[in-house]
Design a protein around this ligand. Sequence first.
Ligand code: FAD
Length: 491
Amino acid sequence: MSHFDCDLLVVGLGPVGDVVAGLARLQGLSVIAIDKSQAIYPLPRAAVFDGEIMRVFQMLGIEDELGPYTRIGDRYQFLTANREILLDFPLAQTGPYGWADSYAFHQPALESILRKRIGALGVDVRLGVAATGLRQTDDGVEVTLEGADGAQTVRARYVTGCDGASSLIRSTLGVGLSDYDFDEPWLVIDAEIPSKHAPPVVAQQICDAARPITHLAMAGDRFRWEFMILPGEAPDEISRDDRIRELLAPWGAVEHMRIDRKAVYRFHGLVADRWRVGRVFLAGDAAHQTPPFAGQGMCAGIRDAVNLAWKIAAVVRGEAEGQILDSYQEEREPHARVVIETAIAMGRVVCVLDAKAAAARDAEMLARRATGAQDVSIAYPDLSGALFSNSAAAGSLFPQPVVNGRRFDILLGNSPALIGDDLPGDVPAPIIRLDLGDDRLAPYADALRAWLREQGASSVMVRPDRHVFGVGEAEQLLADWEHALKTPVAA
Ligand SMILES: Cc1cc2nc3c(=O)[nH]c(=O)nc-3n(C[C@H](O)[C@H](O)[C@H](O)COP(=O)(O)OP(=O)(O)OC[C@H]3O[C@@H](n4cnc5c(N)ncnc54)[C@H](O)[C@@H]3O)c2cc1C
């Protein structure tokens, strides 16, 4: 009998811990997941996520339940104080991954749906239980937990520290943070407003040197405002209800607004130096933190979760060597850094308090916009590293065709998939074989063949995290996949 209590111990059940726990369960791992708090975090935080993340929620089977708590965005704009457009990001209603480009949402609603789902999937969820220390052994990790029933040690093959910005797991491992040197204080307010008094349904950064402001319609009757705290202003003073009402007055109907949540945050950019130490991984805010201007902090953490869960499972099942786990930081850190750098670039547009500097910024950006140029891009890069083949499209996200409301991923499940025409009759488990000539593929075959033609290939191997391993000839892809899983990742 195994001397482990679980394959994976997830420390911290914010959105990232929930997702890694749920995906690891779907991969067949035994999972214990703990959170020191009994309740879901009550303060305002994430307000939007993107279509890539909705696709992860689809993997977990919560997309329908989540729907009513989301609002699809149509554009994200940065405006001058006079409401001229500095940056404009139009957002598709159905993007290449089968979902809209952007969803505004209510984070506590998402987290309660996730919590319920991972319980239903069989994750052993323990609330009111804090991790207080850990010790790595030759083949696993012993973690000390403390809860109402006292202290206890859990033995796990692997641990993910999803315990947020002040991660105890990170500090216990002695992992430092590198700092982008961006540090701005903001007041964040969520309000509920009945529809007949609702302000415009927009997602805007108002780059007003007198006070930069974020204004965002969330789902249903909820709206988000973020106000930069000016030098010399005391956070306690500006957070008073009477001051908040003054700040919100320009949007009218303050008497009809119910202030739901408020908090002061310092927006900053931080990245952990190491994301893996032995059998312990850092994910989400424990590994990286970003200013919220790109709406990507939680998204980046969920990308960590989806990158990591299948890899740990492949190693536990003996399908891959332990060294492939080094590909986690190799693949994720460069991507997370681009996200943070994008958010900081946006923040540097927004957080200008000097009137002359703001006027110069406006003049320059408006002139560039008149030529059709835009200063900031939200096209994030593909992944790269040793767990991809050396082919076209490797590292990109595989598209998800949608036909008559049905999405292709339903055929992918949680396994690696070989997709193409005239595939070999047998492929080794757990790879699934999706031959475009099969009837069940028929609705999606045209779109997928067109994509393969663009790559100049007859087949594609897609990893369980929906990233393209590589394209090419099927037998070669199978051999390359086997080799990649069994070959240590280059340092
Ligand atoms: C104002 C603001 C706006 C934002 N907007 C967006 C946005 O629009 N889009 C977006 O994608 N992101 C956004 N973010 C970022 C997003 O909210 C975070 O990145 C995300 O919540 C991090 O999730 P997490 O699971 O990594 O950490 P957390 O949500 O912080 O969860 C960590 C969990 O670990 C638990 N824990 C801590 N220590 C222990 C321990 N020792 N033992 C057991 N449990 C422990 C905590 O109780 C907590 O539940 C925003 C953040 C802020 C502040």
